[in-house]
Design a protein. Structure first.
Length: 278
């Protein structure tokens, strides 16, 4: 029974970790796409201009690149599909590759030909090629994380407040193992993603939307599907393998990365669990 209780505790904190990681991943993608547009169109380019729209339509994303692969190698590979306008491999502040990038073609025909094969061998490394998903679609979810929930705030009042935004499918609290007391956060699952957008009031990750329920205040954040988390874990694990770093280095990098996260309280749990590299 003790072992089962410990597993439950670990599952609860893992869910918090997933929320943090998903927020970081969405924020990074948002900045990546903004930076990519600037580099391809010029810093003073109007984001609503026809040139920007054309570049976005001609863009593909290439993931799982070898971390030593250069932009010239990527350009040479995709030149077989048609004229390549630009290539940008995203990099960390230290100049090291993030393992993915964008390719912009001159024609839509080239784009269509390039994405016919999802898996392609680039620089002796299997990469994944696809069309970028619009940021607005990445942010859509019908799940939420609600933090700062006072133990004195009745669950019924919390439910009554949020049902004004949409139909609630599930409201889940977790409890402390020893005392059995309710934790100060919960997970809210609506029927429709539109309800989450109403709650968030236009805010985007990593910023929360604050709501006042009676004399209590809570912070709300989007909770994203697990496939986004699996994607980032896959990228982290692959970068660790390609760099040849050992487990100790991975844990040190992970602590530095997670220390800046929105919910830094889960850093220690992560360090004892998954090994992740920046």
């Amino acid at each position: 029974q003790t072992e089962q209780t410990e597993q439950t505790e670990q599952t609860e904190q893992t869910e918090q970790t997933e929320q943090t990681e998903q927020i970081e991943q969405i924020e990074q993608i948002e900045q990546t796409e903004e930076d990519s547009e600037k580099s391809q169109n010029g810093n003073d380019a109007d984001s609503n201009s026809p040139v920007d729209e054309e570049s976005e339509n001609m863009k593909i994303i290439v993931r799982h690149l070898n971390y030593k692969t250069t932009e010239d190698i990527v350009k040479d590979h995709f030149a077989k599909y048609g004229s390549v306008k630009s290539v940008e491999i995203k990099k960390d502040p230290d100049g090291s590759s993030r393992g993915f990038g964008f390719v912009v073609f001159e024609t839509m025909e080239s784009v269509e030909d390039a994405v016919k094969e999802e898996k392609q061998l680039i620089d002796s490394h299997e990469a994944l090629v696809s069309l970028p998903i619009p940021l607005s679609d990445k942010l859509k979810t019908n799940m939420m994380f609600i933090g700062g929930v006072s133990k004195d705030l009745p669950e019924d009042e919390l439910r009554d407040y949020f049902k004004e935004f949409g139909t609630i499918k599930e409201l889940t609290f977790t409890h402390h193992r020893d005392s059995g007391e309710r934790r100060n956060y919960c997970f809210l699952h609506f029927d429709e993603a539109e309800a989450v957008e109403k709650v968030m009031k236009g805010t985007k990750p990593p910023y929360p939307a604050s709501h006042t329920i009676g004399k209590f205040s809570v912070d709300c954040r989007r909770k994203f599907p697990e496939d986004i988390q699996k994607l980032r874990n896959s990228e982290k694990g692959r970068k660790l393998k390609d760099s040849g770093a050992d487990g100790v280095t991975a844990k040190v990098d992970m602590v530095v990365d997670m220390a800046t996260a929105v919910m830094a309280v889960v850093v220690m749990e992560v360090a004892m669990g998954e090994v992740m590299a920046v």
